[in-house]
Design a protein around this ligand. Structure first.
Ligand code: PMV
Ligand code: MG
Length: 333
């Protein structure tokens, strides 16, 4: 342990494909890492002090609803570490938002991964991405999170990933029966594969400036998920994955169009007006755009195959009130 202040970061994520289907075990989603970061600073202190720029007060370990995620992540790490943690101060900054409106590229999940990373650095215990994923999932399952953990997979691996989900009900039940060490050694039945896209394109993120709450969206939409939706989405997700790796532009466009159409058919709550406009802005351009994540606001994405098309799309987005939040270039090397 060092006396120095240590800082660690976690980024955000956005779904390329596989939203809602990924909630069913065994389905696959493609999730892109977004390098817009939150920071945690941790250092030795006389007592435990937790502070987050989300709130205007600090706490210790006394139960506090706002800090429960951070506190539960600390409890998870403590259980994993197995020894008493020396007291520390933990400061979390970098809310993923602007003008008080969240981007919707992170999630509560990011804070869990961030806290675990910070404590691991504090006691100099290196964690693999997979350990980080399991510990964060364990924490969120304990808290009754209803998500697929796809966000955590992407944020823990800090990469574009193909995530195949596990049976969360089963693991949540085992959490009440087995010690953490045993759970960590078990195969939970998920896979997380890093993907390197071999395709020349601009990856663009459009922000609607309208916050959506994933948890509520899931509760609203999940009853509409049919086995046809799952089968058809899975086929298209795997086609999109293959196309990313092989550089097949037409296949990527058609596969992402299929998953987008399937989302439209799932619930009208997904493509609300500003996400419709975000998608329609692709018209006549060598671009595929779609809603990303739960929909109902937050962000959409576009993959553009020419620089002039990217410029035109960004202009159309601006006219439609969609802000370009992030862009990166993919190469086919
Ligand atoms: O958290 P969001 O808005 O990126 O949505 C995630 C995708 C869902 O499948 C709708 C939810 C989940 O946890 O997988
Ligand atoms: Mg969202």
């Amino acid at each position: 342990m060092t006396a120095k202040k240590i800082t660690v970061h976690t980024g955000g994520k956005l779904y390329l494909a596989g939203e809602y289907s990924i909630l069913t075990p065994g389905q696959t989603a493609l999730i892109q890492h977004i390098p817009i970061y939150m920071t945690a600073a941790v250092e030795r202190s006389d007592e435990i002090i937790l502070s987050s720029d989300m709130f205007d007060y600090t706490v210790g370990l006394e139960p506090d609803a706002n800090y429960s995620l951070i506190q539960e992540s600390i409890a998870t790490f403590q259980a994993f570490y197995g020894k008493q943690l020396p007291p520390f101060s933990l400061t979390i900054t970098g809310k993923l938002e602007r003008d008080g409106l969240k981007f919707g590229i992170g999630s509560s999940g990011s804070v869990t991964v961030l806290t675990l990373k910070a404590l691991a650095a504090f006691v100099a215990l290196p964690l693999t991405s997979d350990e980080l994923f399991k510990l964060a999932s364990y924490t969120l399952l304990k808290l009754g999170d209803n998500g697929s953990m796809g966000d955590i997979a992407c944020i823990a691996y800090e990469d574009l990933v193909a995530y195949t989900s596990f049976n969360r009900e089963k693991i949540a039940e085992q959490i009440t029966q087995k010690p953490l060490s045993e759970l960590m050694a078990m195969d939970w039945g998920y896979t997380i594969e890093r993907l390197a896209p071999h395709i020349q394109a601009d990856f663009l993120v459009g922000w609607t400036r309208q916050p959506a709450i994933s948890k509520d969206m899931i509760n609203q939409v999940k009853a509409a998920i049919t086995s046809d939706y799952l089968v058809e989405t899975q086929v298209a997700v795997l086609q999109a994955k293959e196309a990313l790796l092989s550089g097949d532009k037409e296949q990527l466009k058609s596969a992402l169009q299929i998953v987008s159409d399937l989302l439209v058919s799932l619930s009208s709550a997904i493509y609300i007006d500003n996400l419709k406009r975000l998608k329609e802005a692709e018209e006549g351009l060598d671009i595929i755009a779609k809603s990303s994540g739960s929909g109902g606001g937050d962000c959409g994405i576009a993959i553009s195959f020419s620089q002039s098309a990217s410029t035109e799309l960004i202009n159309r987005w601006a006219d439609a009130g969609i802000e370009l939040l992030y862009q990166e270039r993919w190469e086919n090397d």
